[in-house]
Design a protein around this ligand. Sequence first.
Ligand code: HEM
Length: 416
Amino acid sequence: SNTIPHEEGMDNTLNLLKEGYRYILNRRRNYNSNVFETRILGKKAICMGGKEAVELFYHLEKFKREGAAPNRVKQTLFGKKAIQTVDGANHQHRKEKFMSLMSPDNLNRLKRILKQEWRTAAKHWEQLEQIIFYEEVQKLLCKTACEWAGVPVAEDELERLTNDLVAMYESPAAIGPNHWKGRHARNRVEKWVAELVEKVRNEQIQPSENTALYTFTSMRNLDGVLLDKETVAVEVINILRPIVAISIFINFTLLALHNHPEEREKLVSDDGKYAHMFIQEVRRYYPFFPFVVARVKQDFIWNNYKFEENTLTFLDLYGTNHDPEIWDKPDLFHPQRFSEWKGSPFEFIPQGGGDYVMGHRCAGEWVTIEIMKESLDFLLNSLEYEIPEQDLSYSMTSIPSIPHSKIVLKMIKIRE
Ligand code: HEM
């Protein structure tokens, strides 16, 4: 065994930062191997991508999440004791609570709230010279998320909360002050939500049963004990923060409409099928979540290579979504490709792969798709706008990547 290619060098973190979303894919190509070994942040690490690697990564006996996430990610993006860091029966138990929020009824409630917020926001934009689309969408999603999750937020707290939730997902890979902004933001929001949990437990506020605030406040661990209020806060934030992060996909949706004007006609004369394919292609094509990390749970051999217990392992999400063995002309934006797609849980993985309840696949994938569809519909059918000259390019190395201008829009009008 042990025939796996090794990247040379004492530490390759710099290469990872320089090549960003394409780091793993570039090496898989050069080494002609879907798995290779390297050193990241001073430690031996395995990187892998492609369908077989995804299957392996989500095998419950082969990998674990305990001790996998770096501190800088836990202190910004995830939070301590978050579901992302839990394994086995405890994970499944908590994941069931997350998935119980994703019923068709509850997703419809979310869409109704969102529709209203798009209208309210657009009425305001009509009064303005121009808007920065990324920032405006963050705010409207934050309002939507809070209402859906049962989190009461005053109008004058909304901007602060939005900025804090954004800082949490923008900061994990940042350095210096931009990274610390994320840590402070997390501390502030966790404290605020933990106070709300206390108010729910004292019956000072009564969120309805189908909300995240109610669900996590009242859930019990497998030992029958209520979650501590800090952990409830972490999991409620695990609903609020990523909903605000959908602003990135919505920006890329608008960019895709702009860069592929021929798509607009196909979408307008559509019964919903093409819109679904379009949204899937936005999630496949544009860079967002680059990779996920786990540790080898126990020694095993795979394709002749020995995986040693505890080795940090990166699964390439972006590269698997752009893998030429899976996708025909992967670097082409082509929604139609999804008309033939069979729906394997191991090939199309913008939000992770495998099973929702047993594994760590994103709990909010349906929320994301529904919010993107509703937003696409509003952009296409209810909004008029102009896109002035600006830098709409985006980086393949900043994580997360956002169009550089954050998309300035002018001459906004609601179509009645
Ligand atoms: C996990 C991506 C939106 C809640 C994940 C994972 C990824 C991801 C890559 C990790 C998969 C893994 O570790 O194997 C995204 C992207 C989103 C998004 C790109 C677009 C904005 C959402 C939304 C929610 C959500 C809207 C909630 C409403 C979660 C939760 C987990 C998770 C709770 C942890 C699941 C677990 O550990 O079992 N997401 N997500 N995400 N996501 Fe999302």
